[in-house]
Design a protein around this ligand. Structure first.
Ligand code: GDP
Ligand code: MG
Length: 782
């Protein structure tokens, strides 16, 4: 039978793992290997995906994938591993004292003044960001890894200027899978970026799964220290870990810490400095055992190790790591080694022999070897608590937040609350404040310029161009910051992972995965934070596709446009029209998604193999830091584009073709340009330069469409438009190009070409849909 056929609460042993390539490797890396025991926890409210418990943690899996995994049902799960009942309450000695794991104490230090670089590597949700913030304090730099939009944060360790620590994206394994994993792997592996040492953060409450990565890092032979995080939860539940024994078995220093409570971090720093300075490499890299599967894996790895030794040296790869990867069948590493045909054939024979003897294919065999070793370590060093308070609490919360009937209503409720607080309460309050401040500043500068007799044109540029344009965009800032406050709480607490879990089925139909729902919902508020929020998506393809869809969600700045036309043309039908427009946006987005899915973004959304972490209290530092980062990001990067755009629009509005100042705005370049564009809007029944001008100024901020119209249609809008053209205009304004602030953030995520493409593409889609609407409405006689 397959995993898919299991009922809730049933347990089974995995017998085979189907599928192929990177996806299958990913399953294996997540611990889905033959011999592992699983229990079905629940199905998502829509029936897909499913939640399992495996290796002591919660994993989600789509049914289609679960169908590829063969299982054998069992009555009851065996004890995950023999627990040790008693752990000596031995003291964990400090640095340099007896018992500590240091192999090369005081030998060959790196020359003074060498910058010690560290990579902070760990699973997602292991507390990396929390630890990074503790280690670096306020002094850090945020950017992107070269060539990819994957967050890169680095900064020196507090009080040690000669260090640089980089927070890498969370990864589960050193097999390249998502773009984040490739970035992390290359950062550690590539000669130019290779750090002097690694700080590997391990979630002690989930040690089996976390240590899978640790072992692969050890194989690389780079100096390393293990930070055993969340020890507060382990000890709080009566668990314990024999640190000294663990150090002994792993061959590297292990430091128990609690990043959230800032415990043990100083000791971690001491060790990190020491291992980097003295280049203390892990003393153990060999995790195969002679008794495993009759020693088949052990023999294969060691044989391959000898065959590739000089190739690995030449390619600058750690030999043991490369050998294991070659046995596992990693194509990238095999290619890097530049083996000749004869050698490749030799290796193939060795690996085939291993597969035959061990009764397992190569990837599964290696994963099995790693988990076997981990099990041995845990048996000897970990006293597990019965069931942790946090786990029980999470289950209780989940019975509501991901419950069959309650999940979606709760989600709507939570998002509703976030929206009301962001757009009507907190965000609005600060927005008002900021607008008033900008207004006051504008007045002051205005009178100063008048008093100083400054040239009228420059005066106009400063007040009418820069202050007004940048000011109107800047007033988004409170909304962006407030939105990210809530978003980071939802993300850090573990809720977003749940949302992805129960929305996955729906989103999958349009070629995305569950996580995309959050940015798209934020899009109903404002496209800017929505685009910025796509950073939480695990794959580049999903991220890009989501970014292209968010502008179709009707943002809150369009509400004044709707209000204006409803009161002028359709009094009393406001509610109906608003709902209709919102729905239309969603429908168009779905159609566009289906189109993309089959053209621009062919291929599958990222498979949904995801961990559901326990709910945890988000750390205030992390939340504040994220808000600050996003605010800075918005101000600095968006500002440049916005400033240029404002000045350009001001210029177009102020001058005529001969660069003379205009009295009548119809004579301005903008008016002329609008005149040129009029024929395009003719078929929509919107062939009036004033309408086109208003739409162009809507590019600055959607609110300004109404203001411009009021200014240009002095005799009132009703005399210039019919109900039919007003309806068409509503549809067009719903769908056409996002405002400059949004385009700036799209540019930041996807580059200038895409941002430009989005502007053109949205205008084209809007035009087509508006035309269809016009024809239909005319047909039914509006
Ligand atoms: P990352 O995904 O690896 O960057 O993990 P985060 O730093 O975002 O942490 C995930 C969650 O675990 C957050 O809610 C943190 O507040 C929480 N957390 C981090 N370290 C600890 C710890 O030592 N103890 C406890 N109880 N919670 C922690
Ligand atoms: Mg993080």
């Amino acid at each position: 039978m397959t995993l898919k056929e299991l009922k809730i609460g049933q347990s089974a042993v995995i017998t085979s793992v189907g599928g192929e390539g990177a996806l299958r490797q990913h399953f294996l890396d997540m611990g889905v290997i033959p011999g592992a025991e699983v229990t079905v926890v629940k199905y998502a409210p829509m029936g897909d995906p499913m939640e399992l418990q495996i290796h002591g943690y919660e994993l989600t899996l789509r049914l289609a994938d679960a169908d590829q995994i063969g299982v054998e049902s069992i009555e009851e799960r065996s004890n995950p591993h023999k627990r040790i009942d008693r752990i000596d309450d031995s003291y964990h000695p400090g640095l340099g004292e007896d018992g500590k794991y240091h192999s090369k104490e005081n030998e060959d230090p790196l020359p003074d003044g060498t910058v010690l670089t560290y990579a902070l590597v760990g699973n997602q949700n292991s507390g990396k960001t929390t630890l990074f913030n503790q280690l670096t304090g306020s002094n850090q730099h945020v950017g992107n890894f070269p060539g990819v939009t994957v967050d890169r944060k680095d900064g020196p360790i507090k009080g040690h200027a000669d260090t640089l620590i980089t927070d890498l994206p969370g990864i589960y394994s050193m097999s390249p899978y998502s773009s984040e994993e490739i970035v992390s792997r290359n950062f550690v592996l590539d000669y130019e970026t290779r750090p002097t040492a690694i700080i590997n953060i391990v979630d002690a409450t989930n040690i089996e799964r976390n240590m899978y990565l640790t072992i692969q890092l050890l194989e690389m032979g780079i100096p390393m220290v293990v930070a055993l995080n969340m020890m507060d939860e382990v000890t709080g539940n009566g668990g314990a870990i024999d640190i000294n024994k663990m150090e002994d078995m792993l061959g590297v220093p292990v430091v128990p810490i609690s990043a959230a409570k800032n415990q043990g971090v100083d000791e971690l720093v001491d060790h990190a400095l020491h291992i980097a300075k003295y280049q203390e490499r892990p003393t153990r890299q060999d995790f195969c055992s002679k008794d495993d599967h009759g020693g088949a894996i052990h023999r294969a790895i060691h044989a391959v190790q000898h065959i590739i030794e000089d190739h690995a040296d030449k390619a600058g790869l750690p030999v043991r790591f490369a050998a294991v990867k070659v046995v596992e069948g990693d194509p990238l590493i095999t290619e890097q080694l530049k083996l000749d045909d004869n050698e490749l054939e030799m290796i193939e024979h060795v690996v085939l022999q291993m597969e035959r003897e061990g009764g397992m294919d190569r990837s599964a065999a290696i994963a099995d070897m790693r988990f076997d070793f981990i099990e041995r370590v845990c048996e000897n060093t970990v006293r597990k608590p019965r069931e942790s308070k946090e786990r029980i609490r999470s289950e209780r919360i989940d019975s509501i937040l991901t419950g069959k009937w309650t999940a979606i209503p709760c989600f709507i409720g939570i998002m509703g609350l976030v929206f009301v607080l962001t757009f009507n309460v907190i965000g609005l309050f600060f927005q008002d404040l900021l607008e008033k401040g900008i207004g006051a500043l504008t007045d002051v500068v205005d009178s100063a310029l008048t008093a100083g007799n400054v040239n009228e044109v420059i005066h106009g540029l400063i007040i009418g161009g820069i202050f007004e344009g940048v000011g109107s965009v800047l007033s988004f800032l409170p909304i962006v910051v407030t939105m990210f406050f809530f978003l980071s709480i939802m993300e850090d607490s573990g809720y977003i992972a749940r949302v992805a879990f129960f929305m996955d089925k729906l989103l999958r139909k349009i070629g995305l995965s569950g996580r995309s729902i959050v940015p798209m919902l934020i899009g109903f508020g404002c496209t800017v934070p929505a685009v910025m929020a796509t950073r939480t998506l695990p794959s580049r393809r999903d991220r890009r596709m989501t970014i292209l869809l968010t502008p179709f969600m009707s943002c809150s700045a369009k509400i004044p446009i709707y209000g204006f036309f409803v009161s002028a043309f359709f009094p009393g039908k406001g509610g109906l029209i608003m709902i209709g427009l919102y729905l239309l946006g969603v429908i168009v987005a779905i159609l566009v998604a289906l189109l993309f899915k089959n053209s621009l973004f062919k291929g599958e959304a990222v498979p949904f193999v995801m961990e559901l972490p326990n709910y945890r209290m988000p750390g205030a530092k992390n939340v504040l830091r994220l808000m600050w980062e996003k605010a800075k990001d918005f101000i600095t990067r968006a500002f440049s584009v916005i400033l240029v755009a404002t000045v350009v629009v001001w210029f177009l509005k102020t001058f005529d073709m001969h660069l003379g100042l205009v009295e009548d705005s119809s004579q301005s370049i903008m008016g002329q340009l609008a005149g040129v564009l009029v024929p395009i809007f003719e078929p929509l029944g919107l062939g009036d330069w004033r309408i086109v001008t208003s739409l162009i100024s809507g590019f600055m901020a959607k609110e300004s469409v109404v203001a411009t119209m009021e200014m240009l249609f002095k005799e009132g809008i009703t005399s210039a438009l019919t109900a039919l053209s007003a309806a068409t205009l509503l549809v067009y304004s719903l769908l056409y190009t996002p405002c400059v602030a949004a385009v700036a953030s799209i540019k930041r995520e996807m580059g200038g070409k895409w941002a430009f493409g989005v502007v053109i593409w949205q205008c084209a889609v809007a035009w087509v849909v508006a035309l269809i609407f016009k024809l239909i409405l005319a047909g039914i006689g509006l």
